[in-house]
Design a protein around this ligand. Structure first.
Ligand SMILES: [Zn+2]
Ligand SMILES: [Zn+2]
Length: 129
């Protein structure tokens, strides 16, 4: 049977780029099945609690950040590993990404994307660039 999730706030991860907090990942956990949902927001953007549980869910150790370093800026997206996805970013363009359970990234265009797990960084910071 599908779990009727009861989400509670688990904590936040501060995403740090070049010494500054660029954004925050909010993590929510179901008190029944233990699965987690995560949302990202840039610094200054409000939290959107109505979205909780609407997106993908997975065990906490599967969530991570894919960081895309272009010439000018670092861009980041929240994903679940392992998984494969169509990916598109302003930094590098479009590609097909595959992330294994160890967090290793394969990109069909040969782009440099780095993956960072967020577990272990909850209520702390994660430096991605
Ligand atoms: Zn649940
Ligand atoms: Zn990218």
């Amino acid at each position: 049977m599908e779990c009727e999730h009861r989400m509670v706030y688990e904590g936040a991860v501060n995403v740090v780029i070049k010494g500054d907090v660029d954004g925050v990942v909010d993590v929510w956990k179901c008190t029944k099945c233990g699965k987690t949902a995560a949302d990202m927001r840039r610094v200054g953007e409000p939290v959107l609690p109505d979205k909780v549980g609407m997106g993908q869910m997975g065990q906490i150790d599967r969530w991570g950040i894919i960081a895309c370093s272009g010439n000018v800026a670092v861009e980041w997206h929240l994903i679940l590993a392992p998984g494969s996805m169509q990916h598109s970013c302003n930094a590098l363009g479009q590609c097909e990404l595959e992330v294994d359970e160890g967090g290793n990234v394969r990109c069909d265009m040969g782009h440099i994307h780095k993956f960072h797990f967020i577990s272990g960084h909850i209520n702390s910071k994660l430096v991605i660039g």
